[in-house]
Design a binder for this molecule. Sequence first.
Ligand code: FUB
Ligand code: ZN
Length: 658
Amino acid sequence: MATKITDAFWRRYQSIVKNEMLPYQWKVLNDEADICIERERDDSSIPNEKSHAIENFKIAAGQSAGNHYGWVFQDSDVYKWLEAAAYTLENDMDQELKELADKVVDLIGSAQEEDGYLGTYFTIEAPERKFKRLSESHELYCAGHFLEAAVAYYGATENEKAVGMACKLADCIDRHFGKEEGKIRGYDGHEEIEIGLMRLFHLTGEERYLNLSRFFLYERGADNAFFEKQKAEDPNQTPLIQGLDKFPLSYYQVHKPILEQDTAEGHAVRLVYMCTAMADAAEASGDEKLLNVCRKIWRNIVDRRMYITGGIGSTVIGESFTFDYNLPNDTMYCETCASVGLIFFAYQMLRNEIRGEYGDVMERALYNKALAGMALDGKHFFYVNPLEVNPESSRKDPGKSHVKAVRPEWLGCACCPPNLARLLASLNHYVYLKKETTVYSVLFMNCESEFETEKGSLFVRQETEYPYKGTVRFLLRQNGDEELGFAVRIPGWANRYTVEWNGQSVDVKSKDGYIYFRKRFTDDIITLQFDMEIEVWEANPLVRADIGKAAVSRGPFVYCAEGIDNGENLHLLKLDAQAGFRYSYDAQLLGGVGIIKASGYRQVPKPGALYHKMNDLGGETETEITLIPYYAWANRGVNEMRVWMRRKDSAKPFDIPN
Ligand code: FUB
Ligand code: ZN
């Protein structure tokens, strides 16, 4: 499958990746950027003097002297950078970037040990501790990221060196882990190797990598005393990551055997990476049991534990899920990496079963949460993505030190910026999905694609003004005489839509969020018109944090109010959802955004006492409320922000269903 994105909205992001993110991140990884690296929360154990990531490789390779610096998983920043560079080269070959990336591959190769082992911390500081403290070591997590980068690099450049190194590393892991006598029967504290092995399996067809990925998944929670035993046996009792051992087993998704897990527990990134690999392995091996686990966890996330922005992770403690309907807006975590992982999980689910809701969640997380992870300049990043911020609270409330009001230049733990870079650069891999002789559209954007099927090739040109207007046109042309399938996702937010086949209106019923065509396509045009209206949302009343509040969206974008447009104390604003909205596109604002103006009221507090008798609270003045897309917030200085607004009207009473 080859898709070339031509879309103005997304090409802008991809050119930011190429021209801003990659060069900037390269400087940071080389400690050449004159920046302030912020700790992601008030915790003095977070290393924030420098990145040192490239220097760690040089030291491990014997090209430089010194000690390892940074997290034990600092290598993964380099691997994600390389993966983003690979997708960027796939989109637009660039000799200079390719030479730089080749050098990075060479450097990683020089740091790889003879037996295939790769991990600068352990090579430099603690060779005797290799694979001995997996709850904290992130050795397999980093390995997984390298495998992903190597596969992407091969895809872009056909450079076999990186894949050769990846196979050597995977073989090293295969020699050390497994059920056989003398091997380690365990798993990493942070899932990721499972994804990397699946990618390597898809590229090479080597069944051992699929089996190893399945081994790691199935071992999770099979012996949940594994970490404890390893720790007890480790002659060196110094932790690799301070404080990690205080978390419960669910933090690592090892509290139960994998097939018994049915809710989203623990560290959010870990969970969605695990689910991504499970869904991939389920499809590759026809494992219905594994797929059922994915389905249950998916339902739990989407129906009870996901923010309207596509963010996940309700607490800073363990960067974790908490419990059903617990979605606080101002203390949550919603790590950027977690939404990136949710997009991966959703796409793998869609590969297993064609249901529009998977594409809907991809779209929600992509246009809102993921994009919010980065400033419009591509050089400032959020790790944590709040739905409500009061900058004074962030400054003065120690419980909110993780809730930043503006994006830092870099973070002590820099997992998110390169993760976002690799997602944006690889978007062409997520626009469609091909299964047998049918192509399914997943995301809407201008692009051209060529798909090879067993029954000939299919060319598809997609034309749209998405994300601002709801018309999407597909031009389809095939080679070969047999019928091919083409299916289009109907976005969950579209209340109404029309379909035309070569200019004639047709009545096509959707099934699980998709409409289907099976034809011999000869320059045929399918035109869909989704009604892109402004929608007002309420949360399930069990979400305590959102009761009496409303959120506004239009098309794929969730909106928010910022202080710069609406004045201070956004909590005093009440949205009058009945009074209608005004929408306009402002090309000059925030790189071009659709603005929503709403009618509302501002409560005017009565000065004086802290408490008043009811009905003696002061008055309200009419006001216009300005809303901007959530992803664009915090690009105009330090600012209050909120997604969920108090509602002026309470909704009409609902009839209680029989
Ligand atoms: O542990 C590696 C990465 O660092 C995780 O995925 C992020 O949540 C951050 O903790
Ligand atoms: Zn992250």
